[in-house]
Design a protein around this ligand. Structure first.
Ligand code: PNS
Length: 163
């Protein structure tokens, strides 16, 4: 059974992430989306909210399961008996950071491969950070995140502004 782990912050999941997931699911028997839980870093959405959003928007991909993890990614990957880490690559600017991580992960656990999937051109400029920035400033994020995520983002911004 070929298992791939797709790790990330997913704060929140974007259409770019979904595209990578849909394509990765054709290469593996199971893909585990693993949301990093870093207690030192406060996100926009809580870990539980991010996991719930991912579960909702990946319902149509049966091979995908959603989980969260703390600590070293490689420890998590080994505990899941996965053979590979999946990462999306958008632009050359991603490359340095991704190569550093892939090489460090390879040093920690040489039996696990990092597989890069190149983002499709329409999502190359997308990031969770930019989406939050635009949404917070009242811009349209239509078509950049799934509808369900768009609504939750708008609700959260509205609630934050109220409080
Ligand atoms: O979506 P992101 O924020 O680019 O994801 C980064 C992530 C979660 C893949 C990365 O921060 C990570 O793997 N963190 C776990 C800590 C770890 O294993 N560090 C050592 C290897 S570089």
């Amino acid at each position: 059974m070929k298992i791939g782990v797709y790790p990330g912050s997913f704060d929140p999941v974007t259409n770019g992430h979904l595209d990578i997931l849909e394509r990765a699911s054709k290469l593996f028997d199971q893909v585990i989306v693993a949301v990093i839980h870093n207690p030192q870093k406060k996100g926009f959405f809580s870990i539980e909210e991010r996991v719930a959003l991912l579960e909702e928007v990946t319902r149509h991909i049966p091979k995908v399961t959603v989980d969260s993890f703390t600590g070293l990614l490689m420890d998590y990957v080994v505990s899941k008996k996965a053979q590979a880490v999946i990462r999306g690559l958008r632009a050359v600017s991603d490359f340095d950071y991704e190569m550093q991580m892939a090489l460090m992960n390879n040093k920690l656990c040489p039996s696990v491969e990092t597989i890069f999937i190149i983002s499709c051109p329409q999502y190359i400029y997308l990031s969770s950070t930019k989406i939050k920035e635009v949404a917070i400033l009242g811009g349209s994020i239509n078509g950049l995140v799934p509808k369900h995520v768009e609504q939750k983002l708008i609700d959260k911004i509205r609630n934050t502004n109220k409080g």
